[in-house]
Ligand binder design. Structure first.
Ligand SMILES: NC(=O)c1ccc[n+]([C@@H]2O[C@H](COP(=O)([O-])OP(=O)(O)OC[C@H]3O[C@@H](n4cnc5c(N)ncnc54)[C@H](O)[C@@H]3O)[C@@H](O)[C@H]2O)c1
Length: 310
C-alpha cells in the first residue's frame, strides 16, 4: 500500500478518486484550496491541507509526508474563464503544476499522474477518434496550458528521470459534478431538469463530445499508479455523441421531456471530439466500461438523492 497525494481531492473527479484509493487500502493526503472543490466531498479519512498549489509551503507538506505517488488534478477548469483571464489560468495550470512537479522530483515521488484534457488538446483535429500522436493545437488558453504542463512533465522525465503519466481525459461526467461548471453539460441538464428549470443549447446541438463516466476515469488513475508506462494516454470511449443524443438519453432516463432553449453558438467551440483510447487499452489494460445510458442513469440517481452543493 502506498501514500498518495491527490491535489484537487475536494473536486468532482479528485474526490471520487480519493474514495477509491482509500477503498483499496492506500493512505491518502489531499491538497485543495476549495476554490471550486466542496468541503462536503472531503473524505474525513484522508488528511487535508487547505492550501493553494502555488504556495511555497507545499514544499513543507512534501517534506513531512514523503509521498509515494502524486495524482495532480487541482486546476482552474473553466474554459471560458481561461479566455477571460489567461494569466490566472497559466498561474494555476502551469505554474502551480510546476510547483507540484519540482516537489515530486525533490522528494523522490515514484510517479506523478496528471489530469490533462483530451477534449481541449487537439483543437480541431483532422481525424476522429483522435490518437495521442495527432498534432496538438488547442483552441483555448486552458488547452494550451494543459499541453504546456505536459511538456514540463516530459522535460522533467527526460532530464531528471521523474516518471509521469498524463491522462488526456475526454468529457467526464457523473456523481459529484456540480452544476454551473463549463465542462458539465450532463450535470447542468440533469440538475436543471430536477429543479424544473430550462437548459440552453448553444448552436444547433449537433456538436459532438466523447462522454466518459467518472468511475472509468478513476480506474485509469488506479491502473496508472501500477503501470510502467511513461507518456500521454487518451482516456475516452471513442464514441461521438451530439448534444441532442445526450438530451434524449437524459429524457429516457427521467421519463420526461427537458425544456431546452437554443442560443447562439459559442465562438471557438470545438465542433467534434472523440478520443481513440487504444493505447490506454494496450498499456494499462484500461477501457471504458460504463456506456452513456447507464452513466446518465447513475448520475440522475445521485442527483435525485443529493442536493447539489452550491
Ligand atoms: N471534468 C472534465 O470533463 C475534465 C476533462 C478533462 C480534464 N479534466 C481535469 O481533471 C481535473 C479535475 O477536474 P474536475 O472536473 O474534477 O474539476 P473540479 O473543479 O471539481 O476540481 C478541481 C479541484 O482543484 C481545486 N483547485 C483549483 N485551483 C487550485 C489551487 N490553485 N490550489 C489548490 N487546489 C485548487 C478545486 O478547489 C477543485 O477541488 C482538472 O485538472 C481538470 O482540468 C477534467
Amino acid at each position: 500500500m502506498f501514500k498518495i497525494l491527490v491535489t484537487g481531492g475536494a473536486g468532482f473527479i479528485g474526490s471520487n478518486l480519493v474514495n477509491k484509493l482509500l477503498d483499496l487500502g492506500h493512505e491518502v493526503v489531499v491538497i485543495d484550496d476549495l476554490s471550486s472543490g466542496k468541503k462536503e466531498y472531503l473524505n474525513p479519512v484522508a488528511k487535508f491541507y487547505h492550501i493553494d498549489i502555488n504556495d511555497k509551503k507545499v514544499n513543507d507538506i512534501f517534506k513531512a509526508e514523503s509521498f509515494d505517488y502524486v495524482c495532480h488534478l487541482a486546476a482552474q477548469i473553466d474554459v471560458r474563464k481561461s479566455v477571460e483571464n489567461m494569466t490566472f489560468d497559466n498561474q494555476v495550470n502551469v505554474l502551480g503544476g510546476i510547483n507540484i512537479l519540482k516537489n515530486c522530483h525533490n522528494f523522490n515521488v515514484k510517479k506523478i499522474i496528471f489530469s490533462s484534457s483530451g477534449g481541449a488538446a487537439y483543437g480541431f483535429p483532422d481525424k476522429i477518434p483522435t490518437k495521442e500522436h495527432h498534432p496538438t493545437y488547442p483552441v483555448s488558453p486552458y488547452g494550451i496550458n494543459k499541453i504546456c504542463f505536459e511538456k514540463y512533465l516530459n522535460y522533467y522525465y527526460k532530464v531528471f528521470g521523474q516518471k509521469y503519466i498524463a491522462l488526456r481525459l475526454a468529457n467526464v461526467y457523473g456523481p459529484r459534478q456540480y452544476k454551473g461548471g463549463e465542462a458539465g453539460v450532463i450535470a447542468n441538464f440533469t440538475s436543471n431538469a430536477i429543479a424544473q428549470k430550462k437548459s440552453f443549447i448553444y448552436g444547433d446541438g449537433l456538436q459532438t463530445r466523447d462522454y466518459i463516466y467518472v468511475d472509468d476515469v478513476v480506474e485509469a488513475f488506479v491502473l496508472s499508479i501500477q503501470s510502467d508506462f511513461i507518456g500521454e494516454l487518451n482516456v475516452g470511449t471513442g464514441i461521438e455523441k451530439n448534444l441532442l443524443e445526450v438530451v434524449e438519453a437524459i429524457e429516457a432516463s427521467l421519463g420526461s421531456k427537458l425544456e431546452i432553449e437554443y442560443q447562439e453558438a459559442k465562438l471557438g467551440e470545438e465542433r467534434r471530439s472523440a478520443l481513440d483510447a487504444s493505447l490506454a487499452k494496450e498499456k494499462l489494460n484500461w477501457e471504458a466500461k460504463i456506456d452513456l445510458n447507464e452513466g446518465i442513469k447513475r448520475t440522475i440517481e445521485w442527483a435525485s438523492n443529493n442536493n447539489f452543493p452550491s
